[in-house]
Design a protein around this ligand. Structure first.
Ligand SMILES: [Zn+2]
Length: 299
C-alpha cells in the first residue's frame, strides 16, 4: 500500500484567479476555499479508489485553514493548521512515502501566477545562483523521511520548475491566463485526478538528494530596512537588500527560512503557543468562509 502525503496550496488551485482569492477573509478567498477543497477531494478520492493506502492531506496555504473537510472523501485524513516537529508545518510525516503537491505556485522572482517563496515579502531565494521554489524546499524537508515527490499541479511555470528541480515528478498545469468564467473546471479536475493516479502508479520521482552545506541569499522586497531588521533579529549576515542564511542542507534551509519568514526569536521560544494562536486565527477565518458559502448556497 502506498501512503500518500498531499500538500495543498491555493494559488494553483482551480478557484484562485487573482491575489484577493489567495488572501484572508475576502469573498474571493471563500470561493477559492470551496474550489480548492473540491480539487483536493477529486485527487484524494481517485488515489483511494486506485490503491493508495492512507492519504494524509496537509492544508499548506497561509493559515493552514482553507480546506473544508466536509467536502473531502472520508477515507482521507485532512490536517488543518500547522504543527511543530521535525518538518515545520507538517510535524512528522508518519509512514507516507509518496508526496503529492497540489495548487502550487512558482518561485519568487520568476514569471508564474502569484509567484512567491514562503512569503511575498521575499523577492528571491537564491542557492548557488538558482532561484529556489517552495516545491523544492518541501521535497527537501521531507527527504529524511524518504518521501518521493511524484506529482505536482500548479501554473505552467510552477510545473516547469518542479520538473527541473525534482527529476521524475509528473506535473499537471492550470492555465491562469484564461477567463475563469470560461474555464471548464469539472473537465480540468477530472484530468487532474487521472494524472495524479498515473503519477502514483508510476512513482518515478526520486527522494530529494540532500547535500550540504548550502548558503542561501534571501532578497527582501523592502530593500535595506527589512533585511537589516531580520539579520539583526536572527544574527545573520546582511548585504544590502539581502540576508545570508547558512544551512546544513536544503531540509535545514527550509527550517531556517520558516523561522526567518514567520517567526521572531521570542515566538520561536514559545512555539506551541505561537502555533496555537495562529491556528486559532485560521480556524476563525475558515468559520467565516463557511458562513459566507452557506449564505451563498454553496454548502
Ligand atoms: Zn499559498
Amino acid at each position: 500500500m502506498k501512503d500518500v502525503l498531499i500538500l495543498a496550496d491555493i494559488e494553483g488551485s482551480s478557484g484562485c484567479w487573482d491575489y484577493a482569492a489567495s488572501a484572508f477573509k475576502t469573498d474571493a478567498w471563500a470561493r477559492a476555499c470551496l474550489e480548492m477543497s473540491l480539487d483536493v477531494d477529486a485527487v484524494a478520492r481517485a488515489l483511494c479508489d486506485h490503491g493508495a493506502g492512507r492519504v494524509v492531506i496537509q492544508d499548506f496555504h497561509r493559515t493552514g485553514y482553507n480546506l473544508l473537510p466536509e467536502l473531502i472523501d472520508r477515507r482521507a485524513v485532512v490536517r488543518s493548521g500547522y504543527r511543530s516537529g521535525p518538518v515545520p508545518g507538517v510535524g512528522h510525516p508518519g509512514k507516507c512515502r509518496l508526496l503529492v503537491m497540489l495548487g502550487m505556485h512558482a518561485a519568487s522572482g520568476t514569471p508564474g501566477f502569484l509567484p512567491h517563496t514562503l512569503t511575498s515579502r521575499i523577492d528571491a531565494v537564491l542557492v548557488a545562483g538558482k532561484l529556489v521554489s517552495e516545491a523544492e524546499l518541501f521535497a527537501a524537508a521531507l527527504a529524511p523521511y524518504n518521501l518521493r515527490p511524484v506529482f505536482l499541479s500548479g501554473c505552467p511555470e510552477a510545473c516547469r520548475q518542479a520538473r527541473r528541480d525534482l527529476p521524475g515528478i509528473v506535473t499537471f498545469a492550470i492555465d491562469k491566463n484564461v477567463d475563469p468564467r470560461r474555464f471548464d473546471v469539472l473537465a480540468w479536475r477530472r484530468r487532474l485526478a487521472e494524472a495524479a493516479v498515473r503519477a502514483m502508479d508510476s512513482a518515478r520521482g526520486q527522494v530529494y538528494p540532500l547535500e550540504g552545506p548550502v548558503r542561501a541569499e534571501v532578497v527582501l522586497r523592502q530593500a535595506g530596512r527589512e533585511a537589516g531588521r531580520i539579520a539583526s533579529r536572527w544574527k545573520l549576515e546582511c548585504r544590502g537588500d539581502r540576508v545570508i542564511v547558512e544551512a546544513a542542507d536544503m531540509a535545514d534551509l527550509y527550517r531556517r527560512l520558516v523561522h526567518v519568514c514567520y517567526l521572531t526569536p521570542l515566538a520561536k521560544t514559545f512555539l506551541p503557543l505561537s502555533i496555537g494562536l495562529a491556528n486559532l486565527r485560521g480556524r476563525m477565518g475558515l468559520t467565516w468562509a463557511r458562513r459566507r458559502l452557506r449564505r451563498w448556497g454553496y454548502l
